[in-house]
Ligand binder design. Sequence first.
Ligand code: KMH
Ligand code: ZN
Length: 275
Amino acid sequence: MEKLIITAAICGAEVLKEHNPAVPYTVEECVREAKSAYNAGASIIHLHVRYDDGTPTQDKERFRVIMEAIRKECPDIIIQPSTGGAVGMSNDERLQPTELMPEMATLDCGTLNFGGDDIFENTENTIKYFGQRMIERGIKPELEVFDKSMIEMALRLQKKGFISLPMHFDFVMGVNGGIGGELRDFVFMRGSIPQDATYTVAGIGRYEFPLAMAAIIDGGHVRVGFEDNVYLSKGVLAKSNGELVEKVVRMAREMGRQIASPAEAREILSLKPLN
Ligand code: KMH
Ligand code: ZN
């Protein structure tokens, strides 16, 4: 079976220090969290950035500073900026980190309710616009799908030329407003993507580790991190993103699955090797 790619979503846009004091806001905190995940076995950092007071931003310069600082400590890590940003941001605001020509970035494939009155809006034209920018900039999209309908959207837009092959999906499961996080939901999503596509699964909250195990067994890949879940186990806050990654590494080892290095992750995802 292919080696396991672990992505660490270290920060997110919604989770706060009130939820877990180790949630990173500052440059130094982002580096600390990225390094803990990298040292534990993560080969991809899914990155949102904040200002020092915790306000989420898609500001290109803030991304540049944090990405450079992370690369100093984790030289070969794959950095995957978010183009989802936070609810309410405009398309061009969200796209700013793609101007830094990262190897990967997220591409959210549909609109969904996002708690309370919030709507995370991604119209078909938005997805086309983002997909086109990523093709022009040579960025591999991680196709974030929060429901089966978003897989259909991605497949349709791939046929129309807005998404390049091979496709890599991220099943984000258990968001209020999206698909649930039960095993039957995972089987449904996993069975809905093409044979030659790769996928990672991001289980939200209590779904994080059960869905990680499902992907480990199935030959998929895993995302964990404070963006999705702040607990190491029921009622026990994780001290770092690294602790969450370490748990996935232990689970994979028990199941006989080896962990991909960043170079191996690049090969699996058809990214260019680092020079
Ligand atoms: N913060 C959410 C509204 C992504 O990174 O592309 C969107 C999100 C998805 O986190
Ligand atoms: Zn995100």
